[in-house]
Ligand binder design. Sequence first.
Ligand SMILES: NC(=O)c1ccc[n+]([C@@H]2O[C@H](COP(=O)([O-])OP(=O)(O)OC[C@H]3O[C@@H](n4cnc5c(N)ncnc54)[C@H](OP(=O)(O)O)[C@@H]3O)[C@@H](O)[C@H]2O)c1
Length: 216
Amino acid sequence: MKIAVMGTGSAGRALGTKLADLGHEVMMGSRTADNENAVEWAEGAGDDASHGTFADAAAFGELIVNCTAGGASVEALRSAGAANLAGKTLIDVANPLDFSRGRPPTLLFCNTESLGERIQDEFPDARVVKSLNTMNAAVMVDPGVVSGDHDVFVCGNDAEAKQQVVELLESFGWPAAQIMDLGPIMAARGTEMYLPLWLNLSGALGTSMFNIKLTQ
Ligand SMILES: NC(=O)c1ccc[n+]([C@@H]2O[C@H](COP(=O)([O-])OP(=O)(O)OC[C@H]3O[C@@H](n4cnc5c(N)ncnc54)[C@H](OP(=O)(O)O)[C@@H]3O)[C@@H](O)[C@H]2O)c1
């Protein structure tokens, strides 16, 4: 598949590399066509890896992965062009964290809204699926780095798009039983509001290599 990875940070590069390793054609998008991280990533990620602007990548991708800073995601996706997102599955892994007052970051908005919903509202023709935002990028693409069974969430309004994301997650190594469908995109509120706890856990454990395991 042709996949656009929007974002040049550690999440974008980890997901881009995994997707390229799985045989997908991946274009990494950035505000500028010659972003240093994107150029370096594309050079190391094989013949089917390329880079460009957010608009170049979105036009290229049959599926879009949003790995931009959460506070700037809507702006970044606007610059990608709504027409380039229309009809496509858009996996949103971003969190609306505000680092402007230092650490720990706070959520820019929550409770009655979420970034996943803002993106779906702004781009009604895109098929937004929130997933993978509740763990470190290294865990997203290689669940085996955390021992035992542990879980990943999906939510979104389009059942077909969610199924496509579930299949992609399975190709990353996520067992079907560990992929939990939380329902419509509104459930992004909960997964985004988990971030303050994730940050506390990371501090307490002294690592970001951990994840949620659900038991009943
Ligand atoms: N890193 C992780 O392990 C991890 C885990 C879970 C979720 N996430 C989420 O994934 C997203 C990406 O995280 P990250 O750590 O990889 O990188 P990041 O530093 O949060 O984001 C980098 C990307 O955001 C873009 N960006 C920043 N400000 C922008 C603006 N004003 N307008 C347009 N684009 C802007 C950058 O564009 P340029 O390329 O032009 O610089 C870059 O592509 C975040 O929302 C984060 O919360 C990350």
